[in-house]
Design a protein around this ligand. Structure first.
Ligand code: ZN
Length: 148
């Protein structure tokens, strides 16, 4: 059975302001996992779960592709990548609205475009969720469970 690591610790990077490409986002997250792995007698990583906000506009397919490239010849090679999407939640600064926002259909890309305004009064909003870009946890197989 694999052991689940990092339930209560999160690696997080700001991938909105820097507008990074999927490959650089994935390579940052993968190197954080590799660094964390040094603490364990692991032989193999089975699974890595990422939480990705809808605001980041990172494509699932592109990330899976990037993951395969970035993890090659590392302890993460062959592990499964699980991506959980975090919905965009805003809080209106004008009225009391708190919740999701309107999405504009995007005919030219794979993602719909979020409308960063209050769906009720069109006022300015503060984004409170949907910008995540982090490793939620990862699962490893350890070589020697008894070693100290
Ligand atoms: Zn409002």
């Amino acid at each position: 059975m694999g052991r689940l690591i990092a339930d209560d610790m999160l690696f997080s990077i700001d991938c909105i302001r820097s507008l990074m490409h999927e490959v650089s986002v994935i390579s940052d997250l993968v190197s954080a996992v590799l660094k964390e792995l040094e603490k364990y007698n692991s032989v193999k990583v089975e699974e890595v779960t990422l939480v990705i906000g809808e605001m980041t506009n990172l494509g699932e397919e592109q990330m899976e592709f990037a993951y395969e490239i970035v993890t090659k010849d590392t302890e993460l090679e062959g592990s499964k990548l699980v991506i959980e999407y975090e919905k965009i939640i805003v809080k209106c600064l004008e009225c009391d609205y708190k919740g999701g926002i309107r999405m504009l259909k995007n005919d030219y890309g794979e993602h719909d475009i979020p409308v960063i305004a209050c769906p009720k009064c069109n006022g300015r909003v503060k984004i409170i969720a949907g910008q995540a870009c982090m490793v939620k946890n990862f699962k490893i197989l350890e070589t020697d469970e008894c070693s100290s």
